[in-house]
Every structure is written in C-alpha cells, then in structure tokens.
Design a protein around this ligand. Sequence first.
Ligand code: GRF
Length: 208
Amino acid sequence: MTLKLGVLVSGSGSNLQAILDACANKTLDASVELVLSNKPGVFALERAARAGVATAVLSHKDFSTREAFDAEIVRLLRARSVDTVALAGFMRIVTPTLLDAFASRVINVHPALLPSFVGVDAQRQALEYGAKITGCTVHFVDAGTDTGPIIAQAAVPVLEDDTVEALRARVLVEEHRLLPLALQWLAEGRLSLDGRRVRVRPLAHAST
Ligand code: GRF
C-alpha cells in the first residue's frame, strides 16, 4: 500500500531528504503529503518546497498544552489524508492525541542504539559515556520518550579521535538508510507487533 506520509521536522531535514529521495527513486512506496515544522525558517521546509511538497509551520508556543498542539497537527495531517507519520528530527514529545489518531503508524528515528542514550544530544551522550559502538534506531512511537517498539537498528563505531560532529555525521549515514527502509517495510505490510517485539515478515519468494 502506498503510504501517505506526513513528516514532522524541526531542523535541517536530512532525514526528510532521505525519504523524499527514496520516494523519487521508488525504493520507498510512499508520497509525502505534508511536511510540518514546529519552527519557522528551518532548512527542512526548503527541502520540502524544492520537492514540491506542501508545508506547514505550527509553533508549539502558540498552544497552551501539548494536546492542543497535537490536535492541530492531527487536523492538518488528516486534511491531507495522511495515514502514516514520520518524526524526522522533530524535537517535541508527542501525546496520545497524535498517537491514537495514527495508531501504530507513527515512526521515529533516534540517533543511538535504544534503550541507550534517550532524549536530546544522544551522540554527545554516547561519546561522553565512552561507548565504543553507537548507532541509530527506528521505532514505533509510544507515549514515552524513545521507548516504543524497535523496528530496526544499525551500529556505527565510536572512533578514538571522534568529535560530536564527526560521530553525528557517521550516525546520520545510517539514519538515512534505515528510516526509508523501515517505512518501506510498513508500506509492504511486513511489520507486526508481538508484545514489544516488532516482527519483520520476510518477502515472499515468487513461486515458479
Ligand atoms: C537526527 O539525528 C535525528 O535522529 C534526531 O535529530 C536529527 C535530525 O536531523 N532526532 P535532520 O533534521 O533529519 O537532518
């Protein structure tokens, strides 16, 4: 099933770009129907405009509660017939108002191997902790912070002379590969939940 994606962003949007590129080269069976940012002027909005995708800016500061903010996001997503939501560097905690509207259809990419290094600045956390391996995680979003069922993970080494920036760039390479891949698994209907475990059904072999 072709996904109708809403992508929520707050920053540079390199993960959004990976999604747009995957849609364009048909490795992801999806169309991005709306890119929504909680911050004006971010480069992600420019990327969306260049790709001819509709954008919206909705400042969380204009809402008195997280739920009211999420209710407006839901309204905007529904107006575009979005069926799946990707959080791609969206720096806000989402509430059940959004999660219930898109049950098991909200996916996030986090720049660490969960459950390690949750929350902001995960690459710095990994570096300062002294981890030798870190990476990224694509997961279904639940009401916790970076706690939802894990769909896919990829590891990268932490090198001896790493800076946060160098590590961030190395992790991003894997994020850009993994987020479109996980979305494609969803598009193919291959994901199912078994408690916390996400099962990825193998592709059926063509019969002869
Ligand atoms: C990514 O590292 C993502 O995992 C994190 O924020 C960063 C966003 O980068 N949540 P970008 O905006 O996709 O370039």
